[in-house]
Design a protein around this ligand. Sequence first.
Ligand code: ATP
Length: 435
Amino acid sequence: MTCLVRDSSTVKIEDKIVTVKGWVQDIKNLGGISFITLRDRHGTVQITLPKKKVEKETFKSLVTLTRESTVIITGEIQKSDQTALGLEIIPTDVKICSRADTPLPMGVVDKVNVEIDTRLNNRFIDARRPDVKSIFELKSIMIKSIVDVMTENGFVQVNTPKIVGSGAEGGSTLFKIDYFGRSAYLAQSPQLYKQMLMSTGLDRVFEISPAFRAEKSNTSRHVTEFISFDGELAWIDSQKDVMNILETVIDQVLRKVNERGKEQLDILGKKIRLQPVPYPVLTYKECVKIVNDSGIDLKDGDDIGTREEKIIGDYMASKRKDLYFITEYPSASKPFYIMNKDGTSYSCSFDLDFKGQEISSGGQREHRFDRLIARMKELELNPNDFVFYTSAFRYGMPPHGGWGIGIDRLLTKMLDLPNVREGILFPRDVSRLSP
Ligand code: ATP
């Protein structure tokens, strides 16, 4: 008789004899009969061991197993009214792959609340939980959807260096490394490189890659290594062109995740709320007013911090808007590469916020060489440190703009997770460097 290797979701009564592979989630010994719940990536299946029917050695090796040991079990399928699948497997052969130590550092199915630190310290067990696993399957689905949508919209996927000679987002969050005796840094974003690519004629590019920030802030939304999804496009008329494409991309990605990730969303008990495009736009000034109206003092020019973002998020939620742009930020608060709005003190930039948290910032870049150099000097940066970048502006640079979006924050907000670390398998932050 042929023996089929099956996962728990595909075991069928007609298969008669199957081999299943997985983790021993639970063992119940009732004397004359024992039950094992075997878990694999797709779910669980019941292994039933009537003492009289199962070969002595097989019985003994199985009932003495510890929880979370890995096994390969071959057995006969029988109908059962007692199990969710309507069947059970009576083992004829067993191979123990590895016996788990006891006690486990944390349970997989126990209902006890485990601190996030303990969970992250033991991610290899934590991610065995179906809900946690679903988060990372959804992240994979989300990234695949981004690649699909960007490619469909004519963007070319690129890779730029992560070891760099200078940063784009200000010195205070640069990680310095020793590069054969010279100073180098871990890239804070692909900003300067994706802009240089605009002068090559590859006029729509995107990248999904790690970005590093020496963020000392210990918050639920900051980590020191995150995955950044950057897009850049040339021949734009204004930042509005960038906003249009970004909202189209986000909208399509959320729709695709809703469809492709249905199984995982069901496990998490979530449904992504879709919001029609165009997304609403608030100006910085309007945001200052919303914050002030809530009783918090915010002056024109002040940073919109976590607390203020939350207030604005609550205000937009009252209008059933999860996603919204904030535009017309004061130039003083924006990096050197952002274009200023002529004749004003505002920048041609935007943030995209999702449920009260910034998930993306972008805008039109300064493509005119002389103005770019002047802006660097204004911000007390030495243009000589950026010659590798500014050279690309001297020999024909089209007007361009783009965005950077934190994949981990997008995922966190999409699933209403309380902490960005929930969406990162092995997060890095001020205190966490392992595992
Ligand atoms: P914030 O003000 O929230 O610290 P930022 O203004 O420093 O963010 P940008 O430099 O504009 O962020 O980066 C673009 C996007 O990259 C952010 O909107 C966010 O999604 C993501 N991002 C930036 N820094 C971090 C971080 N430390 N941890 C996680 N994601 C980040």
